[in-house]
Ligand binder design. Structure first.
Ligand code: ASP
Length: 329
């Protein structure tokens, strides 16, 4: 039989975590079980209408996510998505940086097939493990004929990569799409959609994706936060070539400020950011509020993040800078 395939790529996280006791939902070690074992924990999967393939791309706690793993993921996603016999992909991932990986993949691939990230808030050994149901729901979404784009499925809720944020430290329903709302829900094995699938314009060409996947280093973009008592010392240190050299770091090419409220920044920090901007460092203003976006105001010298959270604005800026020659300040 020549059934279409869904490919499940494992990267680790709590969904693959184990604890010594089934009642321990916190004192566990993430990234212990292989992706094949995660699939084996779902009952009756033999009846699933697609052939399931699996591949272990990484095995990490996603707090440690780095560019080399993103590059490998990008290569593997691009490889499988190109194949006509592949319906879609599912990625198992830790919750901590899931929104960054999801945004990165959507920004680069903007796939016309579904790429469904899923996760768990409790380890695989828990008496109340949420991973198997989340993984089954993710497979259900990936199997859906119209599904497209990079999305997250957690606690029966489908979120788009652009809006989703982890908003809770321990609840099973730990993600929110804020004001935009969820894309839909998985209810008893069927999809109940409230919004359209992500319809971003075609992203990079195959060649550009290959270049990105093999880039030896990425532009350095850092995040700073505005807060009571903030000052410019951190930004001055970040943009100083002497400091970068002393620590063997690449010079900073971009800064994202997680600003207060609608993009306001402590005046001392703002002065330092403007100095950095004058030296050729790209500066972007996001908000540290978890809901709402920075609304542009007239004569804004530091541009806003176009609705992206600080961590996603950092990814967007890195991708922009990859395409631009380095400006030396
Ligand atoms: N630290 C874990 C991770 O992100 C947390 C989780 O998966 O829930 O890999």
């Amino acid at each position: 039989m020549n059934r279409k395939k869904i490919v499940v790529l494992g990267t680790g996280g709590t969904i693959a975590g184990t604890a010594a006791r089934a009642t321990d939902n916190l004192g566990y070690t993430p990234a212990q079980r292989g992706v094949g074992e995660l699939l084996a924990a779902i009952p009756d999967l033999a009846q699933f209408p697609f052939e399931l393939l699996s591949e272990q791309v990484a095995q990490i706690d996603s707090k440690d996510m780095d560019f080399s793993i993103w590059q490998r993921l990008l290569q593997r996603c691009a490889h499988w998505l190109e194949r006509d016999d592949v319906q879609g992909l599912v990625l198992t991932h830790g919750t901590d940086t899931l929104e960054e990986t999801a945004y990165f993949l959507q920004a680069v691939l903007a796939p016309r097939k579904p790429v469904v990230l899923t996760c768990a808030m409790r380890p695989a050994t828990s008496i109340g493990a949420d991973g198997p149901q989340n993984l089954l729901d993710a497979l259900t979404v990936a199997a859906y004929p119209d599904a497209r784009g990079v999305v997250l499925v957690c606690a029966a809720t489908i979120h788009s990569a652009r809006e989703v944020q982890k908003v809770h430290t321990w609840r099973l329903d730990a993600f929110s799409s804020g004001d935009a709302g969820a894309l839909g829900h998985v209810v008893r094995g069927t999809l109940n959609m409230s919004r359209n699938w992500p319809q971003d314009p075609p992203a990079l060409s195959g060649d550009a994706i290959r270049t990105l996947a093999n880039l030896p280093s990425w532009p350095r973009v850092e995040i700073v936060m505005s807060h009571a008592g903030a000052n410019g010392a951190m930004v001055d240190a970040l943009v100083s070539p002497e400091v970068a050299q002393r620590f063997g770091a690449a010079p900073v090419r971009g800064l994202v400020v997680a600003a207060t409220g609608n993009g306001s920044v402590h005046h001392e920090l703002e002065a330092a950011l403007l100095r950095a901007q004058a030296c050729g460092v790209r500066v972007v203003r996001a908000t540290r509020c978890c809901n709402g976006r920075v609304l542009p105001v007239a004569d804004q010298v530091i541009p806003d993040s176009k609705g992206l959270s600080a961590v996603k604005a950092r990814v967007a800026l890195m991708l922009e800078l990859v395409a631009q020659p380095q400006v030396v300040g």
